[in-house]
Design a protein around this ligand. Structure first.
Ligand SMILES: [Zn+2]
Ligand SMILES: [Zn+2]
Length: 261
């Protein structure tokens, strides 16, 4: 599949539109599918059995649902454009993306994944803090915070300017860091799962996971929900380390997570 991609001229406007359209359908359907799974499988199961884990009411506010799907469709389109641009850059040999798994040693696969996630986390944490400067907030970040009671549909609900700033980091990483195509696909899947999990409106991590050696570094629904409710804390994307290092982790987190797990 990747080899046939290499031989199509995506600078041709028709091919550009076809690939962007296809990527849009994949990204948008993936968003709706994963949000649906979180809502109909996890949320409903937890609502019935573990009431203490609920954070928000789910999909009750129809106006919010419609608005989130609308903004998310635009985000999906912009992510699709970014994907097509990435394919064009790859075709012209301007990325460090590689297809053959043996081009670098196998141990490099998890290392490249860890570096890419660290770069993404660092970029997002500081971008996010910048977006909370009042003037910037009003223009590009308020749309995301209009969802005070987050649901799994909130995960892609961004203003287009924020979506563009979020989209450019992946081509930038691929430009700088040698990365296998399957590691890149794994990052895209992790991005979707993490975004949905953090906005799920229900705490899905196991009991006492926040004290686990790995769990304490991972952001979950309770952690990110505090960001939507209190604004000036918990800015992270996947991990808590920048919030811990910079002293921006909410003091209420430990109290809330103990009640929920
Ligand atoms: Zn959010
Ligand atoms: Zn924010």
């Amino acid at each position: 599949m990747f080899k046939s991609l290499a031989h199509t001229d995506f600078l041709d406007p028709f091919s550009f539109l076809i690939l962007t359209g296809l990527l849009f359908i994949i990204v948008f359907l993936r968003y709706l599918f994963i949000s649906g799974v979180f809502h109909f499988v996890f949320y409903r199961a937890f609502r019935n059995k573990f009431e203490n884990r609920l954070i928000n009411g789910h999909l009750k506010n129809k106006r919010q649902v419609i608005s989130e799907i609308k903004w998310s469709s635009i985000t999906s389109f912009l992510f699709a454009v970014s994907g097509t641009v990435m394919v064009i850059l790859w075709q012209s040999g301007n990325t460090a993306l590689y297809i053959e798994i043996n081009e670098y040693p196998l141990w490099y696969l998890p290392i490249s994944l860890a570096i890419a996630l660290f770069l993404h986390e660092t970029y997002y944490y500081w971008l996010h803090r910048w977006m909370h400067i009042p003037k910037v907030y009003r223009i590009m970040h308020k749309v995301h915070h209009d969802s005070v009671e987050t649901t799994s549909l909130t995960s892609f609900s961004f203003h287009p300017l924020e979506s563009v700033l979020q989209a450019i980091i992946i081509p930038l990483i691929v430009f700088l860091l040698p990365i296998n195509i399957y590691v890149l696909l794994m990052i895209l899947v992790l991005m979707t799962i993490s975004g949905t999990l953090n906005h799920a409106g229900v705490e899905l991590y196991p009991n006492n996971f926040h004290t686990h050696w790995l769990g304490k570094w991972l952001i979950g629904a309770t952690h990110h929900d505090l960001h939507h409710k209190k604004f000036r804390c918990n800015y992270g994307l996947y991990f808590t380390f920048w919030d811990k290092w910079m002293g921006t982790e909410s003091e209420d987190f430990q109290i809330e997570i103990k009640q929920k797990t």
